[in-house]
Design a protein around this ligand. Structure first.
Ligand code: BES
Ligand code: MN
Ligand code: ZN
Length: 484
């Protein structure tokens, strides 16, 4: 979608549809459009339309308008309107326009500006909402809005906000593509190739293979790779844009999780291609941050492998040694995420990071507890968790803290090794995080479980069905707030 800013009145933009965001129950505030248009809006309100949140209503454009239609986009009651309302309205509007074959749209900014909000949020929702994954379709759906003109003075602020929204949504689409791609194509090697493609002046990429990982003592990570013929790739990205200790992001990158010998039921197993959504989010963040040239230091780590039950697969009861030296009894080969993250975190520590944040589709229990509405968060760094909470509210990728009581240590006590990888069924959202905590040690660390949010079973206003790209906007917002 091509975005431009033009200092034109609502009447004068040559396009198919003029989108007019409106507040709920205030049919009288559109006099700025001139009488015929204000009357048209009033007409909309005289039918069922009330301007409720995410409500849409198309009216033929009044005489004298260059557009053919006016699309009233409800924002809800005035005091409840936030950037998120605009994002949702943007997403809803473009899906509506797509299904009606509309190509050229314009956005009236008068109401949005009067609410002291940036129209860039609407654009962000529109960009996120036009996403569709069609790589394997012979006949492409096509049909998305191709041009959106923002009717406003092209102020420096607006241009900057729009550019940022474009960069962020393109990083989200990039992550969604990686996750939606089936596991036969999105292998660890492919993921490594994609990471290499991000290389730039300040961004270097290193890929460790099985031998390198062996030399580094990554027994936990390698134990997961044993059952597959696909070579594991431990991917490391280093972005140097600032000074000081880096922030390290570790993303779970299981390109397919069959469960290993602790095999998953076949029903729903096809969805387990999304078990690399954490890694995809980290790549999305690295892309956005390096393209924007943010003045920070950032490490991205993706321990990538498949989890398959091949003849040489790890067996339940096997004991391995992780990079940090801890021995782990693998009581369940389906609890593989924490194994690869244990060595991801172990490797991250070599950079002496200011903090480590891991992001992972780690537990089914996460989606049982929170559904698709929140990311579960646990960690040893209250300050960082506070920041993530605030960023999550800003971008509406909300996080919710769960406890890491010392008592959970009992859940993962092994009779034979330092620790075991799977506690019982109860409390598995928190015991999985407690496992990771043992590897983070004294390093400030936060764990984000995105098992419930990384895949949308049903479409949302600006998230089509499938991979959501969750984590990209949250972490980019966090990184943006890091002071030089
Ligand atoms: N990738 C899964 C978690 C998952 C399950 C994500 C369903 C999304 C939907 C993870 O590797 C896993 O299998 N976790 C197990 C852990 C258990 C064996 C301790 C789980 O949550 O069932
Ligand atoms: Mn698993
Ligand atoms: Zn998994």
């Amino acid at each position: 979608m091509d975005i431009s800013i033009q200092d034109l009145g609502e009447k004068d933009c040559v396009c198919d549809v003029l989108i007019l965001p409106v507040t709920e129950g205030e049919p009288g505030r559109y006099r700025f459009l001139g009488k015929p248009a204000a009357d048209a809006v009033r007409k909309g309100f005289s039918r069922k339309f009330a301007g409720r949140k995410n409500e849409l209503f198309a009216v033929p454009a009044p005489a004298g308008f260059s557009a053919e239609w006016v699309l009233l986009a409800g924002l809800g009651k005035k005091h409840g309107i936030s950037s998120e309302s605009l994002r949702q309205a943007g997403g809803k509007a473009v899906s509506y326009l797509r299904s009606n074959g509309v190509k050229k749209a314009a956005l009236s900014t008068a109401v949005v500006s009067s609410l002291k909000l940036s129209p860039a949020a609407f654009i962000e929702g529109a960009l996120l909402g036009t996403y569709s994954y069609e790589r394997y379709r012979t006949e492409k759906n096509g049909g998305a809005v191709s041009r959106m003109t923002i009717l406003s003075k092209p102020s420096a602020d607006l241009k900057r906000d729009v550019a940022w929204s474009k960069a962020v949504s393109s990083a989200v689409s990039f992550a969604r593509d990686l996750v939606n791609t089936p596991a036969n194509d999105m292998t660890p090697s492919r993921l490594a190739a994609v990471a290499r493609g991000l290389k730039g002046r300040r961004l270097s990429v290193k890929v460790l293979d099985r031998r390198d990982a062996e030399r580094l003592g990554m027994g936990a990570y390698l134990s997961v790779a044993k059952g597959s013929h696909e070579p594991p790739k431990f991917i490391v990205l280093e972005y140097r844009g600032g000074t000081g200790a880096p922030l390290a992001l570790v993303g779970k990158s299981i390109t397919f999780d069959s469960g290993g010998l602790s095999l998953k039921p076949s029903e729903g197993m096809e969805k387990m291609k999304y078990d690399m959504a954490g890694g995809a989010a980290v790549l999305g963040v690295m892309k956005a941050v390096s393209e924007a040239g943010l003045p920070v230091n950032l490490i991205g780590i993706l321990p990538a492998t498949e989890n398959l039950p091949g003849g040489s697969a790890t067996k339940p009861g096997d004991v391995v040694r992780a990079m940090t030296g801890l021995t782990v009894e693998i009581s369940n080969t389906d609890a593989e995420g924490r194994l690869v993250l244990a060595d991801g975190i172990g490797y991250a520590k070599r950079f002496k990071p200011a903090a480590i944040i891991d992001i992972a589709t780690l537990t089914g229990a996460c989606s049982i507890a929170l559904g698709g509405e929140a990311i579960a968060m646990m960690g040893n760094d209250g300050k960082m968790m506070g920041k993530l909470k605030a960023c999550g509210d800003t971008v509406n990728e909300r996080v919710w803290e769960m406890p890491l009581f010392e008592e959970y240590r009992e859940y993962i006590k092994s009779d034979i090794a330092d620790i075991k990888n799977a506690g019982g069924r109860t409390g598995s959202l928190v015991s999985s995080a407690y496992f990771l905590k043992e590897f983070a040690g004294e390093t400030p660390w936060v764990h984000l479980d995105i098992a419930g949010t990384a895949w949308a079973e049903k479409e949302k206003p600006y998230i089509p069905k499938g991979a959501s790209g969750v984590g990209v906007r949250l972490l980019v917002e966090l990184v943006r707030g890091i002071k030089k």
